[in-house]
Design a protein around this ligand. Structure first.
Ligand code: SF4
Length: 451
């Protein structure tokens, strides 16, 4: 069979729509790509394969998936053959039209009419999904398959797992047929424009801007933003400390002080009973306790075993440690309060006590977010990872095995697959990581008190 390589695929088309320079770099200057971000990698590689699970909505299909990422021509040929043989359900059906290649997750024939289903691991239809599907519609219909309807299959965030996963309840099918048809003129003109970028092999002139992060983070930002970042650093302000504000903030704290930090895991498809798609499951906490201004610093913590649902034991132990009085200091209260509210919803027997705890939460990030304490080396960020090295240079995450919350989350979700020895070692690393987060808050508050 004669075979010509495709010019655009769904991903390269998407890159080009976001920024023609991104498409050009992807095709001709891949060496400029940012180094791989391990924590992003961790999120994408964890959890159940949503696409595979969604095939259960239409069981008994034939699979046109290519044997490897370089053999999509085989997938196109297989799809053609399946259709000719009268297949009614095709997974990973692949088509090519005038140099544009597209696969669709599931193609289903009902009463002689075809419907296309594209699976997304989000909990709703997003704008870029419609453009993806519009490109798929263009390629499929021009390949001679008339589509009766086009659906995005996404996760249903109301679904609560009880027992085995129920795929019919886990997924929602949303028709986007009308939106997809409306986009056809745009798709046709973009294909012409982007094919020209590939044919010309000339770097397009595009300034950096909001499009660099929208709708997806571009993977060439290190290269494009290099000089911009230097310029911004030159013009940043001097250190600023609003002592009056800080003294009021400190005055509002009540001893005993509890410094609390949660770590959590997220599963797109719920792996734990009584949880929902993308629910953040708290798996551990660290708690530093200072009973009075000059008392010794105490520490308590909890970490799930990675094998069972950690939530109820976590709540019981946390409530016992927190008692009934004293400020509970966190960094970025939205995260901790959201986890506490979810615990109250899922374990209503503790609801009253959990809401009493929420009333006592104080967010140590606020003075930094409001720039009442500002330092140019925070680099316009108020993450604890940026603030800590400036205010308390002696304390650092760099000596720890785990230095990042996303990695901590991945390691926890992998505990169940480890040997007992490896699990013990990883649990020790997780405890140390979380402990440093609360110790960092202790030291940052000490520094605020001094100024
Ligand atoms: S960083 Fe911005 S300008 Fe550079 S290629 Fe990516 S999207 Fe385009």
């Amino acid at each position: 069979m004669s075979y010509t390589k495709h010019i655009l695929s769904k991903s390269t088309f998407t890159y080009g729509v976001q920024c023609p320079k991104r498409l050009y770099f992807h095709k001709f200057r891949p060496e400029l790509r940012n180094p791989e971000d391990e924590s992003q990698q961790a999120i994408f590689s964890s959890g159940t394969n949503v696409g595979l699970l969604a095939q259960g909505l239409f069981p008994g299909g034939v699979n046109a998936e290519p044997p490897d990422a370089f053999s999509y021509h085989l997938s196109v040929a297989k799809t053609k053959q399946f259709i000719e043989e009268g297949a009614k359900i095709i997974y990973e059906a692949c088509f090519k039209y005038e140099g544009v290649l597209c696969a669709i997750d599931i193609l289903v024939k009902n009463d002689n009419k075809w419907c296309a289903y594209e699976v997304k691991n989000t909990t709703k239809v997003k704008e870029p999904h419609i453009m993806d599907a519009a490109l798929q519609y263009h390629v499929i219909t021009n390949s001679g398959i008339q589509l009766e309807d086009v659906f995005i299959v996404h996760l249903n965030n109301k679904y609560v797992r009880r027992g085995e996963i129920n795929v019919q309840e886990l997924f929602t099918k949303s028709s986007i047929h009308e939106q997809v048809k409306e986009q056809q003129k745009f798709i046709e003109s973009k294909i012409i424009e982007l094919k020209k970028v590939v044919a010309d092999k000339i770097e397009p002139v595009v300034e950096v801007g909001r499009h660099c992060d929208n709708p997806y983070p571009c993977d060439f930002t290190d290269y494009c933003w290099k000089n911009v970042a230097v310029e911004e650093r030159k013009s940043s302000r001097e250190e600023y400390i609003n002592k009056e504000y800080l003294s009021e903030f400190i005055g509002g704290l009540q001893y005993p002080l509890f410094y609390l930090d949660f770590e959590s895991v997220i599963f797109a498809v719920p792996e734990i009973q009584e949880s929902r798609p993308y629910q953040q499951i708290p798996t551990q906490y660290s708690l530093h306790i200072q009973t009075t201004k000059d008392s010794e610093l105490l520490h308590a913590d909890f970490l799930g075993d990675g094998l069972t649902d950690p939530r109820e034991v976590l709540i019981k132990e946390l409530l016992a440690s927190l008692g009934n009085e004293g400020s509970i200091i966190v960094w970025n209260q939205t995260f901790e309060i959201s986890r506490l509210k979810e615990l109250a919803r899922d374990f209503p027997q503790y609801e009253k006590q959990i809401f009493d705890v929420i009333e006592r939460v104080v967010d140590l990030m606020v003075p930094f977010r409001k720039k009442e304490y500002y330092h140019p080396e925070f680099n316009e960020s108020y993450s604890i990872k940026k603030v800590l090295p400036v205010l308390v240079p002696m304390l650092s995450y760099s000596a720890l095995e785990i230095q990042d919350g996303c990695i901590a989350s991945l390691i926890y979700s992998e505990l169940k697959n480890q040997t007992e020895e490896k699990r013990d070692e990883q649990r020790k690393n997780l405890l140390e990581y979380c402990k440093l987060d609360t110790l960092a808050m202790v030291k940052i508050l000490e520094r605020i008190i001094k100024v």
